[in-house]
Write a protein that binds this ligand. Sequence first.
Ligand SMILES: CSC[C@H]1O[C@H](OP(=O)(O)O)[C@H](O)[C@@H]1O
Ligand SMILES: Nc1ncnc2[nH]cnc12
Length: 290
Amino acid sequence: MTETKIAVIGGSGIYDIEGLEDATWTSVDTPWGAPSDAVLTGSLGGVGMVFLPRHGRGHVHSPTTVPYRANIDALKRLGVTDVISVSACGSFREEMAPGHFVIVDQFIDRTFAREKSFFGTGCVAHVSVAHPTCPRLGAACLTAARDAGITVHNGGTYLAMEGPQFSTLAESKMYRESWGADVIGMTNMPEAKLAREAELCYASVAMITDYDSWHPEHGEVDVSDIIRTLTGNAGKARDLVRRLPDLLGAERAPCPHGCDRALEYAILTQPDARDPAVTAKLVAVAGRVL
Ligand SMILES: CSC[C@H]1O[C@H](OP(=O)(O)O)[C@H](O)[C@@H]1O
Ligand SMILES: Nc1ncnc2[nH]cnc12
């Protein structure tokens, strides 16, 4: 059995987490550079917890410049087993209204200006992201949300766009009508892919802040409206997070969906053909199989 350690990656409007016992901000170095900020470590109900503000305190990083690889490497290095992403998003569905939460289970990755893998020349690997989120962790988030009295939708497809500008009306309509996306944001990719490469269970809790630009009765997306909705939701998100340690338990069996074994057969480069400088960088993420 492994000890559970839960990480929360806080998105826009969530730069801190209250109520952790023995809470300490700690800087973590990684071979991929510095994470978005120091990480807050502590515990909740006897379970190890880590909090990382995705954009850094003060909102320093844009969706494109968030150091996704350093963030996931730092969490892995700290012994994290389960990653909960908390994000703001726009909605493409009338019934998924601002103020509601969605437990995202699929992604369409439209990002193009980010490093998307820990692997590459010198050590090549291919993991499956057919099911990019962990159903066990998603189910815990769903229960936590329902117990906290949050209106939550179970499952949804998140379109990850590059940004930083919001979508045009034509894009918004295409994502909604032709592509079948349910929500839109700018950050869950490549985060989810990297978590899979690092053999971490990953769940995405998306907080709906707006109807993007497709809705005839709602105007264009406006950051001040988003922040107002987010501020109203931050307490709900904290309540959800507080319930997770009890639901996940202090000890963790192997993931029934295999997230923690994603690299088992993924590395193609033969041991004697691997570049030692490259494998040295992979020690935290892939040390188990190198
Ligand atoms: C504040 S509006 C746009 C911004 O908010 C979301 O960030 P996060 O996913 O970290 O909550 C969205 O993806 C954009 O980056
Ligand atoms: N409409 C939207 N598009 C992209 N990212 C968002 N984050 C919050 N609302 C968004």
